[in-house]
Design a protein around this ligand. Structure first.
Ligand code: PLP
Length: 387
């Protein structure tokens, strides 16, 4: 017996491997503080949980829900784009609920790529972009992200022959893992590039509402005419602390959304209606709730930064959005060695930048998504480390 050959091109998801290592250390009695996983630690807004309970106790809410989301949920998504970004979307054709944005990201490759088609993916980057391209039989072409270019791909460096064969491009700002943001002017450049080469521009934006010091991330769909070539993925996971609920969305280009919707009718049967009702409530959350939650992350960021920079001497930028710090490891060591050393000496688990691609080598990703009590304990352990 053997599994499909296509699985050999997809390594096990990095965090699945790390889970095993941490489980073994915990069995030995080591108290591990996980700052490696990008999952919000806080609860969702109370109104969301109440809406779920109310809806779940309605006997009429337990059947199949249809494929495209309830009219109320689609309207809430359209309303969110108008309120938050000033972007007007067509409710019937330009939004689609996803079972978490990861599901949509992975399925998009299958809906859009033929075998051998090129997809442009950032390195370092969220591993699902390249993995889903490989599963679809496509060919991922790496766009390196570098500090000296503010972690924005150099579109002029993409060879003409590659651009001609490319069928989609992934971007992700605020960025995981680097913590970088993109100005609207960069999205304008990317839209123009993709229009010129007939490439579907896929922007993954789950951290759009996780910003600091008053920063508010733009949407790629704010670029005039963007929906001719662009689709944006968004999610309640990070914006509303609802990672386990699996509610994401695709918005923008109607052809891409139609293709994704068609594929999905063959694969899943939508969300539990009570989850859709609760998601409508999530979209009605006052901005003050988002601001207060972001202030909690910002305080953690501000507690950790001086320890990384002053106590450990690690060059680290101050992120204005997202859930991560991205310090540089000392010269002469790899990011995996350094992460292992920190884990062994302090019990604090971080992600080596190399887990996000070869260009992530030399950096570590540290997540702010851990309870403040445990996070501060990790900060103290790191402060006591001798380099
Ligand atoms: C967390 C994350 C996602 C996945 O979000 P879900 O909606 O929970 O599937 C997608 N992209 C990036 C870059 C992420 O960090």
């Amino acid at each position: 017996m053997r599994s499909a050959r296509r699985l050999s091109s997809t390594p096990p998801y990095v965090f699945a491997t790390l889970d095993g290592k941490i489980a073994r250390l915990r069995e030995q009695g080591v108290d591990i503080i996980r700052l490696d996983i990008g999952s919000p630690d806080g609860p969702p807004p109370e109104a969301v949980v109440r809406a779920l309970a109310r809806s779940a106790s309605d006997p009429g809410k337990h059947g199949y829900a249809g494929y495209a989301g309830t009219p109320a949920l689609r309207a809430a998504m359209v309303h969110y784009y108008r309120q938050r970004f000033g972007v007007v979307l067509d409710t019937a054709s330009q939004v689609l609920p996803l079972i978490g944005s990861k599901e949509g990201i992975a399925h998009l490759a299958m809906a859009w790529l033929d075998p051998g088609d090129v997809a442009l993916v950032p390195d370092p980057g969220y591993p699902t972009y390249a993995a889903s391209v490989a599963l679809a039989g496509g060919q991922a072409y790496t766009m390196p992200l570098r500090a000296d270019r503010q972690w924005l791909p150099d579109l002029a460096a993409i060879p003409e022959a590659i651009a001609r064969r490319a069928r989609l491009m992934w971007l992700n700002y605020p960025n995981n893992p680097t913590g970088a943001t993109a100005p609207l002017s960069y999205f304008e450049e990317a839209v123009a590039f993709c229009r010129r080469h007939d490439i579907l521009l896929c922007h993954d934006a789950p951290y759009a509402d996780v910003g600091y010091d008053g920063y508010r991330a733009p949407s790629v769909l704010q670029v005039a005419g963007a929906d001719d070539v662009a689709v944006e993925f968004n999610s309640l996971s990070k914006s509303h602390n609802m990672a386990g609920w699996r509610v994401g969305m695709a918005a923008g280009n109607a052809i891409a959304i139609g293709a994704l919707a068609q594929l999905k009718t063959n694969i899943d049967s939508g969300h539990f209606l009570a989850i859709q009702d609760a998601s409508v409530a999530a979209f009605q959350t006052p901005v003050s709730w988002i601001d207060q939650r972001n202030a909690v992350y910002q305080a953690r960021r501000d507690a950790l930064l001086p320890v990384l920079v002053d106590d450990l001497g690690l060059e680290t930028a101050t992120p204005s959005a997202g859930l991560y710090l991205w310090p540089r490891v000392p010269r002469g060591t790899t990011s995996a060695e350094f992460a292992d050393r920190i884990l062994a000496e302090t019990g604090v688990s971080l992600t080596p930048g190399s887990a996000f691609g070869a260009c992530g080598e030399g950096y570590l990703r540290i997540s702010l998504g851990q309870t403040t009590e445990r996070f501060m304990m990790a900060v103290e352990r790191l402060r006591g480390m001798r380099l």
